[in-house]
Write a new protein. Structure first.
Ligand code: SF4
Length: 72
């Protein structure tokens, strides 16, 4: 059985909208973290969103729709 390729993603976090609720980091902790002020940021080296199912779930979980995800 061949592995299914995971699409590379482009993830945008609108830091002007983010309220630091933390749902993204809770939902996809391998991709998102929070800075010292609680605002969302991408973990270094994970900007392409490896683990796309969780990235999309994190975007859906954001209460202010600050995260957008598209395939590259
Ligand atoms: S879930 Fe949304 S509001 Fe909360 S930290 Fe993540 S991007 Fe910001």
């Amino acid at each position: 059985m061949r592995p299914v390729p995971t699409p590379r993603l482009h993830i945008d976090i609108d830091t002007g909208v983010c309220i630091g609720a933390g749902q993204c980091a809770l939902t996809a902790p391998g991709v998102f973290t929070q800075d010292d002020d609680g605002f969302s940021e991408l973990l270094p080296g994970r900007e392409d969103g490896a683990g796309s199912a969780l990235v999309r779930e994190a975007a859906r979980a954001c209460p202010v729709s600050a995260i957008s995800v598209r395939e590259e």
